[in-house]
Write a protein that binds this ligand. Structure first.
Ligand code: FAD
Length: 483
């Protein structure tokens, strides 16, 4: 699936012109001696140099490979992942874990000379516990395969990122992702109960258990959730699942201004309603997606009919001052929500476009939105800056910004300046660096600022778990060249 929809597959003529450095023969031989399948062809190395970070998309659009991984290892079992990591550790080669390579911050783009560790061969759903509602699954399983296996038991994982067809369970967890229905089902971090992880020296450890919670020291599962391949390689996960919803209700409202609509969203969640989807678009995005003037709020909930009706009644009450729209808007969102074709053609036309998703407490969201949009619009070359709100919690929400520019000078300078301007505006307003895309290489330069004194804890963990810097150097601001 991933290759079929990956942006900018290298054209044959670009591929033919590539002249990469020779693969590390000692590493390749040692991997093969341990039974690990290795692909050191130019085509595989070029493909695995890239994820969905717009910088790598832009490079691919120009027929360039941003950095050459030395080879691609394709293990198909936990033992083979452990073998691959321990060989790379012994030889002194960095390892970049890769799932669907749908990450948008460059975390899966293997750096120069690294071993790309393709985990999509770990593709088995191992065990479904239909009593407790848990599934044990290998890390390389993608959303559609997991949902197919669960549907046979009347179950769902409820994790539906926009990259549903591309991303793997390991990638959901490694990036602390959030699906579009996360208000109802929880984010990846909420769903996971236990993990099997390969550490930097190839040791295999198990953390967590099948218990719904435990009080046995700090959360060891949480250490690896969001660790972006820098603390360990996730090979198996036990995930809480849910019964498939018997009923669904939809609604749409049009507000005159964004702040009033955000107030309604806050009211809805603080009254205890958590509709699966509660997405609010500003004027620019409402026009672009739905051709309506104003700020469109779309709502979708699913579950037991009585519970859903009660939630939708709270939504209707909180939105009484808005204009109710017909359900076509939600229909349109459902139909197009996983359309991922827009980004690459814009980069091919020289338009620098990206999105950044952050979160903050309700009390800060209005000023954060203003500050980030103003910072983006003040940059020379900006064509558009817009925002929507998604993933609402009782104490705050996610704001998801989109910017596009045709810079007068270097695209890369504009791109870096846009990220710096928006990020600093968000951090200064009390927001987070990321809500669900993670840090990768793109945001690594902001981690120290974002974590403050807590950054020391993360650095100490890295030092303890991966003292030789084998695992994905450069992500999360941990080792590697800054971008
Ligand atoms: C069009 C589009 C829409 C998206 N929408 C969403 C969305 O709605 N919600 C959301 O949360 N994200 C979204 N994303 C971002 C991305 O899909 C998620 O971050 C996803 O979880 C990444 O999974 P992956 O398997 O592709 O990971 P990859 O891109 O392969 O890897 C991402 C990072 O995780 C690490 N990693 C991957 N697998 C493992 C593993 N098994 N063990 C350790 N580290 C690992 C990699 O080293 C890298 O640092 C979107 C991306 C695109 C392109």
């Amino acid at each position: 699936v991933s290759e079929a929809v990956a942006p900018n597959e290298y054209p044959a003529e670009a591929m033919a012109a590539f002249d990469p450095p020779a693969p590390d023969a000692a590493l390749v031989a040692a991997l093969r001696a341990r039974g690990v399948e290795v692909d050191d062809s130019t085509a595989a190395r070029a493909r695995h140099a890239r994820d969905w970070w717009p910088i790598t998309i832009g490079e691919a659009a120009r027929g360039r490979v941003p950095a050459w991984p030395t080879a691609v290892a394709r293990p198909t079992s936990v033992d083979l992942v452990a073998a691959a990591v321990s060989v790379a550790h012994e030889v002194g080669v960095a390892v970049t874990a890769q799932g669907g390579r749908s990450g948008v911050e460059g975390g899966a783009a293997a750096p120069e000379g690294a071993l790309a560790l393709d985990l999509t061969g770990l593709d088995r759903v191992l065990e479904v516990d239909v009593i407790s509602l848990q599934v044990r699954v290998q890390a390389g399983v993608r959303g559609p395969a997991l949902e197919t296996a669960l549907r046979a038991h009347g179950l769902t994982a409820g994790h539906f990122p926009q990259s549903f067809e591309l991303a793997t369970v390991g990638g959901w967890l490694a990036c602390r992702g959030a699906g579009q229905y996360s208000n109802r089902y929880g984010t990846a971090a909420d769903l996971v109960r236990a993990l099997t992880v390969v550490l930097a020296d190839g040791a295999v450890v198990e953390v967590g258990s099948g218990a719904p919670r435990q009080a046995v020291g700090p959360d060891l599962v949480g250490l690896f959730v969001g660790s972006e391949g820098a603390l360990g390689v996730i090979v198996e996960a036990t995930i809480q699942v849910a019964r498939r919803a018997p009923a669904e209700r939809r609604g749409a409202y049009l507000f005159a201004d964004f702040d009033r609509a955000m107030e309604a969203c806050r009211d809805i969640v603080q009254r205890g309603a958590r509709p699966a989807v509660l997405r609010l678009y500003d004027e620019t995005e409402s026009l672009r997606h739905f051709e309506v003037a104003g700020c469109a709020l779309i709502v979708l909930d699913e579950g037991e009919a009585g519970l859903v009706d009660a939630q939708i009644a709270i939504v209707a009450d909180a939105c009484a001052s808005a204009r109710a729209l017909d359900g076509d808007l939600v229909e349109r969102w459902v139909e197009h929500r996983n359309d991922v074709s827009a980004l690459a053609p814009l980069w091919e036309r020289g338009i620098c476009v990206d999105t950044l998703e952050v979160s903050g407490p309700w009390s800060a969201l209005s000023s954060m939105r203003e500050a980030a949009l103003s910072a983006l619009r003040a940059l020379e070359g900006t064509l558009l800056a817009s925002v929507h709100q998604s993933h609402a919690y009782p104490d705050g929400a996610c704001l998801y910004f989109t910017f596009a520019g045709r810079p007068p000078g270097s695209e890369r300078d504009y791109y870096r300046a846009a990220w710096a301007a928006a990020t600093r505006a968000v951090l200064a307003s009390g927001g987070s660096l990321s809500h669900h895309h993670g840090v990768g290489r793109n945001r690594a330069r902001f981690v120290a600022e974002a974590l403050g004194s807590g950054a020391r804890v993360l650095e100490t963990l890295k030092e303890a778990l991966d003292p030789t810097g084998t695992l994905n150097p450069g992500v999360l601001g941990l080792g590697g060249p800054p971008w």
